[in-house]
Design a protein around this ligand. Structure first.
Ligand SMILES: Nc1ncnc2c1ncn2[C@@H]1O[C@H](COP(=O)(O)OP(=O)(O)OP(=O)(O)O)[C@@H](O)[C@H]1O
Length: 289
């Protein structure tokens, strides 16, 4: 599988926040989930990829071609940003005319099919769109110029489950076509759990890991048992311990060892959310030392 984007040693320093030495890659025909808490640096890195924020150091190779011109890069990336980049007082049609003129391969037929599918009214003023409609409109534009990489920054935040499901279906359709990839930033893990092939976790401006989703899910388990068992366990083996009067639950990557030592422990699949929290909890504990 080819890298559609290769990011090497990227750093960016703001007064109170730094992105440090970022090394990641986005693979072809892959949905990559970019996961991080509020303020972790997701939007900053996405804006660096899009050339909207200047990096201090590092290098990005787009579409496996270090000599690609800015114009070609722009043509091949579809963008859905959460803060929007639309003129609020224009109609959908007027804004589309502005956007479409900036792309070489604008596909009006495709755009119309998305507008129809999303039941959007082209005469409507952008400022009167709901959050979900705005995302659908942004997606219609992003998918109508033959882009090979779709970059979405927090596309699902504030959307109801039905719209989120619709988005997941569209991303699944998009990725079926050869050579297409998606980078999808969010702190809503349930969306990624369904759809992502690869997960990148960012924490406090540093990449914690890039790993296949299935591998990450396989690494951890949720364990449950009574508090007498908990007393016998090594707390270093456990993350996100939740103790009540009746028993405890915890996340662990030592589940095989624990299962052998304490066969009465219940071992279940861990959710991506718990794993994400456990992974970032480890880091916070380490930085507190
Ligand atoms: N232009 C800027 N000048 C100074 N600091 C900035 C600037 N842009 C972003 N930051 C800081 O960088 C940090 C990371 O912000 P960023 O928006 O990248 O995080 P995020 O992971 O996208 O968060 P969220 O999930 O809340 O959107 C924040 O502390 C933010 O205040």
């Amino acid at each position: 599988m080819e890298d559609i984007l290769r990011i090497s040693n990227i750093s960016k320093h703001f007064k109170t926040f730094s992105l440090s030495n970022i090394n990641i890659s986005i693979k072809e025909n892959c949905i990559t989930g970019f996961l991080g808490k509020n303020g972790a640096g997701k939007t900053t890195l996405i804006k660096i990829i899009l050339g909207l924020v200047h990096k201090d150091e590092g290098n990005i190779v787009y579409f496996n071609n270090p000599n690609l011109k800015k114009r070609d890069i722009k043509d091949r990336i579809g963008v859905v940003l959460d803060d929007g980049y639309f003129y609020d007082n224009l109609t959908l049609n007027q804004m589309k005319n502005l956007v479409s003129s900036t792309y070489t391969n604008w596909n009006e037929k495709k755009y119309k099919s998305y507008i129809e599918r999303f039941r959007l009214d082209e005469k409507q003023i952008i400022s009167s769109l709901s959050k979900g409609m705005k995302m659908k409109y942004a997606l219609s534009l992003a998918l109508s110029h033959n882009a090979d990489l779709l970059i979405m920054d927090e596309p699902t935040s504030g959307l109801d489950p039905e719209v989120r499901k619709e988005l997941m279906n569209i991303l699944n359709e998009y990725i079926q076509e050869d050579g297409k990839s998606v980078l999808f930033s969010t702190h809503i893990t349930s969306d990624l759990e369904q759809i992502a092939d690869e997960i990148i976790i960012i924490n406090d401006g540093k990449i914690l890991e890039q790993i296949s989703k299935d591998e990450l899910i396989e690494e951890y388990r949720l364990i449950k048992s009574n508090n007498k068992i908990l007393e016998k366990l090594n707390m270093n083996d456990l993350k996100l311990v939740n103790k009540t009067n009746y028993g405890f639950s915890a996340i662990t990557d030592k589940y095989e060892k624990l299962r052998k030592e304490f066969p009465e422990i219940i071992v279940e699949r861990a959710s991506l959310e718990d794993i994400f929290l456990a992974r970032t909890e480890v880091l916070e504990n380490e930085t507190n030392i």
